[in-house]
Design a protein around this ligand. Structure first.
Ligand SMILES: Cc1cc2nc3c(=O)[nH]c(=O)nc-3n(C[C@H](O)[C@H](O)[C@H](O)COP(=O)(O)OP(=O)(O)OC[C@H]3O[C@@H](n4cnc5c(N)ncnc54)[C@H](O)[C@@H]3O)c2cc1C
Length: 382
């Protein structure tokens, strides 16, 4: 699978004869696993293992996408259990067509990437309008001609590039009357992930003797199918089924004052708790989650100097969505994100609900593809 995915990426980025050679290599690599391509993760794990705990271990990370093993492509299992995440000694490059994927921490936090992009835009005479919600994408004769902000101001443009969620973008900003019934059917049938419940704390001790790595996932159940079902039905596990602890100040010490650490404990959570209320229960649920986290790093609550809780409700407001799907479009068999090229001339769609799918790297890669589409369009029009 690692070789296959490397070849796929390399052929995607190559041109001419090199592209053909890589595609042929890709086909030969695919042959031995051809019969498995249609299997879901349950079928694949049943084929390789008899022990339910081992199956649960390899399927565990799917709970992070809030999707059931029976909904996930079986051959994707090696890709979500990448070896380099478990052992630093695993070489990244096995050969020139087999390059292991790796997880990366962003020094100084994700905000550093936002600053880079903002600087780039400003250095190229661009203007960034903050706190300016777009309430309409202006369309004339099926051609996007600009946007209208919440304060009524209209900004005319040659290109509109949207990155909000599909529902809001196409039903509210574009308008149902501008899109075909086929596309509406597709939008109505999409399945999403759920949200997350996060507790950020600042502590005055060194947690690294208990957790040497900046990020650790702690799985609390082997029954992923049932755990995902519960979240989808609004039943919140409070941390019992699993959580993760991220300590960014381990890789970026400037993210906490000296002798202190920044710690985030979080877990997947339903957008709405059945018979509950995130805002009312958030303090109690934060304590509960930290109680589970203390089984791994004792003393977290006693040594908390500052604390910030983020509920699914907060996330919905933050990114302007009715349903928060924290990793974008989930990788469910047969489901694709919205295509970058829309049916409206001059309007493109990127972001975690587009065909790029979610995650920082995928979303960025999608952005690159959209940039190429825009360049192609501009070249054609000149
Ligand atoms: C808690 C959490 C942890 C995650 N962890 C990881 C991880 O470890 N690794 C990883 O790869 N990915 C992770 N992800 C997923 C990743 O962050 C997302 O897939 C990615 O950031 C999506 O980028 P985006 O640009 O599509 O969307 P966003 O980053 O959500 O940006 C969309 C922006 O559009 C704005 N917007 C929406 N509507 C409008 C409007 N009408 N007018 C103006 N602005 C609007 C929103 O306010 C928002 O700022 C995580 C996500 C969450 C929530």
């Amino acid at each position: 699978m690692i070789k296959l995915v490397t070849l796929f990426k390399q052929s995607d980025q190559a041109n001419g004869f090199k592209k053909i050679v890589l595609k042929v290599k890709l086909l030969f690599t695919l042959l031995p696993i051809k019969k498995m391509l249609k299997w879901n993760a349950t079928q694949l794990l049943d084929f390789f293992f008899s022990n339910d705990k081992i199956k649960g271990l390899f399927a565990g990370i799917l709970a992070d996408f809030v999707i059931k093993p029976s909904e996930f492509n079986g051959v994707g299992i090696p890709m979500v259990n990448i070896e380099t995440a478990f052992d630093k000694r695993i070489p990244i490059t096995v050969d020139k067509h087999t390059i292991q994927p790796q997880y990366n921490y962003i020094l100084g936090g994700c905000g550093e990437m936002v600053k880079l992009l903002a600087n780039f835009i400003e250095n190229h005479q661009g203007t960034i309008h903050i706190q300016s919600k777009v309430q309409k994408i202006l369309i004339e004769n099926n051609q996007a001609i600009g946007v209208e902000l919440e304060n009524g101001e209209q900004i005319l443009s040659d290109i509109v590039l949207a990155t909000g969620d599909i529902h809001n973008t196409f039903y509210t900003l574009v308008g149902k009357d501008q899109i075909s019934s086929e596309i509406q059917q597709y939008i109505n049938s999409l399945k999403y992930m759920e949200s997350v419940f996060m507790v950020h704390i600042g502590i005055d001790f060194d947690p690294s003797p208990h957790q040497p790595a900046a990020l650790c996932y702690y799985y609390g159940t082997y029954d992923i199918e049932n755990a995902v079902d519960n979240i989808k039905n609004g039943i919140y596990h409070e941390g019992e089924d699993g959580f993760l602890i991220y300590i960014p100040s381990i890789h970026s010490p400037e993210m906490a004052p000296t002798q202190h650490h920044a710690v985030t404990v979080y877990t997947v959570a339903p957008n709405h708790i059945k018979e509950g209320n995130w805002q009312k229960q958030k303090e109690e649920l934060a304590n509960k989650l930290l109680e589970y986290a203390e089984t791994k790093i004792p003393g977290l609550r006693e040594h908390t100097k500052t604390r910030l809780i983020m509920t699914p409700e907060d996330f919905r407001q933050r990114v302007n969505v009715k349903h928060h799907s924290f990793g974008g479009i989930p990788p469910i068999i047969g489901q694709k994100g919205f295509s970058h090229q829309t049916s409206i001339e001059g309007m493109f769609y990127a972001g975690c609900q587009s065909e790029s799918t979610g995650g920082v790297a995928n979303t960025m890669n999608g952005g690159r593809k959209v940039a190429h589409l825009i360049l192609e369009m501009l070249e054609k029009n000149h």
